[in-house]
Design a protein around this ligand. Structure first.
Ligand SMILES: [Zn+2]
Ligand SMILES: [Zn+2]
Length: 49
């Protein structure tokens, strides 16, 4: 399994996450659960807007 350069689990998010992490932020974690259906990411990281 590739543990480097993992992309955030939120489809609309382009952030990379650390090894062992599924999402870059709590926002994305909530979105990944399906409660949030926004087409954009609002995690606050500079590569998402
Ligand atoms: Zn993001
Ligand atoms: Zn994210």
């Amino acid at each position: 399994m590739d543990v480097e350069n993992n992309k955030c689990g939120h489809d609309a998010c382009g952030c990379m996450v650390s090894n062992g992490e599924d999402y870059c932020s709590s926002y994305c974690e909530s979105a990944g659960d399906g409660d949030i259906t926004d087409l954009k990411c609002d995690c606050g990281h500079s590569n998402c807007s």
